[in-house]
Design a binder for this molecule. Sequence first.
Ligand code: 4NP
Length: 157
Amino acid sequence: MKVLVVCLGNICRSPLAEGLLKSKVEALGLGWEIDSAGTGGYHEGSQPHEKSIEVAGRNGVDITNQRARKISREDFSKFDLILAMDTANRDDMYEMTSTMEQRNKIRLIMDLVYPNRDVSVPDPYYGGIEGYEKVWEMLDQACDKVIEVYASKAGKQ
Ligand code: 4NP
């Protein structure tokens, strides 16, 4: 199972989702491939935001090796599941797909916790550390659900 988590800049929210999912998947020995990307390329090559690094670190997850990248069309073929942080990320990705198979891979990450309610993970970029803590809590819950739902479907592949 190959999972891509996506936000706008790939420096605040999706690095936290990547770190969380990787640590949970590794603890369970699932052998899934996890990556993250941004719909925008403004921060390509950058480390995650220092506040994301801090919140992840406090929770025992090291995300300092991650580097931001922009999503590419190949990602829609390569990954099995593509999880958007907010509705803008999701809709921007819909615009990039060329088949229904690709479109059907895209989901809002919070949809697993709150189905069909279009709940977005708020962008913490312009706020304080509390915003990043809130994002962590939401993503912690969502990543547990991702594993619960897709591990039963996909097994250890
Ligand atoms: P992210 O947050 O999408 O969670 O990585 C943002 C980071 C940077 C910008 C916007 C959102 N920006 O406009 O530079």
